[in-house]
Design a protein around this ligand. Sequence first.
Ligand code: SAM
Length: 422
Amino acid sequence: MSEKLTITALNENGEGVAHKDGQPVLVPFTLPGEEISADLVPAGKHAFRAQDVAWLTESLDRAVPPCPYFGVCGGCGLQHMNDTAYTQFKKAQVEKAFQKFKLDTSCLEDVHKVPPGHRRRINFRAVKEGGTVSLGFHQRRSHKVTNIDHCLLLLPSLNALIHPLKEVLNTVLKDQEKAHIFLTTVKEGMDALFVFSEGHVLNATVKSLLTDWAKEHGVVRVLLQAQKKEELLYQHKTPHVAFGGHDALFPVQAFLQPSEAGEQQIWAWVEQHLPKRTKYIADLFCGLGTFTFPLSEHGAVDGFEGHHKAVQYLNLSADQQRTKHPVQGTQRDLFLYPLSPNELNAYDMVFLDPPRAGASNQVKKIAKSTVPFVVMVSCSKDSFARDAAHLLEGGYKMDKTYLLDQFVWSPHLELISFFSRP
Ligand SMILES: C[S@@+](CC[C@H](N)C(=O)[O-])C[C@H]1O[C@@H](n2cnc3c(N)ncnc32)[C@H](O)[C@@H]1O
């Protein structure tokens, strides 16, 4: 039997929340104040999930979702909010995380949006069923693939490959076979990795079809992974990405900021806040050198990173480039072996950009150091707030914190913040 409910709040994923007999009911794609009727199914012991939702009243904050796959495709969850409600929701999530750690929210800037259509790397899912390939992203709460022709988030060069990909996979996959296709836009064209499901046989015909496909569509490198083995199928040119005017070598599937526009915006803010004189800089969790290379315009940079290949490529790129100041990458697990206060004291600036888990151990060491200036970039408001609180306990002052919306229509934001010793 369907229930009538009123949405009272949004959870941190942007799903509407109502209540039934004191227990929360999650109602995706609804907004506070909206009245709905829906069937309720249990979601765990003490909550419900609404399905077959019908709207009885609609919020003024509602917008028409621009994507035809919205609601089915699991990729974007927040297209039903108008622009003001959307940015307010995203900023409010950061404010909540700050309040949890008693951080002053007055340093938070307004959300800066990277417009859709700029995403440069993507992981498509494909499956062949009934003689046809579906290609796109997983549906919400399901492993089914939503078949798409176009994604509003992606660069035109990525969208242009959707149809050709379906065509080639239609020949390469047998019925019920699945594949992941990782695509990255690099300076020379497109870089592709095909990961085939268990049991897939990469015979000569498949390889020849994929090589011809790559040549025809400007794909400069193709790697194949099947039966847990990876092989380089085709390489026409060596793939590079540009980091602040420096060409860096790109190993397949390596971490890259989602868009060049987002990466440039982060750097613009960092450059605006850099101290006048920086001689020695530590770039922690440096990846391939996204910020190591631009930082090397301002001082000698030691990059630390856990991923062996990333460090290897960073050092190769540094050898092939003329950087104004020296760049040196070192492999180090910064969760297990963070730089000690003594090591940190050699630097007059630390830049850190950890993964979602944050950098608790490393930040506690920074808090005990005398490093005068720290930049922290993070894609998780929660680990950022926790780690920022450690820095403040250690006597740092938090300056402006920028909020970059480079994960458009998702609940996530990138935070970029500056800390100095008074
Ligand atoms: C958010 S990415 C940032 C990379 C780089 N700064 C960039 O913007 O491209 C986080 C990086 O942390 C690295 N990483 C993850 N866990 C690590 C650990 N325990 N120790 C050192 N690096 C780690 C990842 O390999 C990844 O390169």
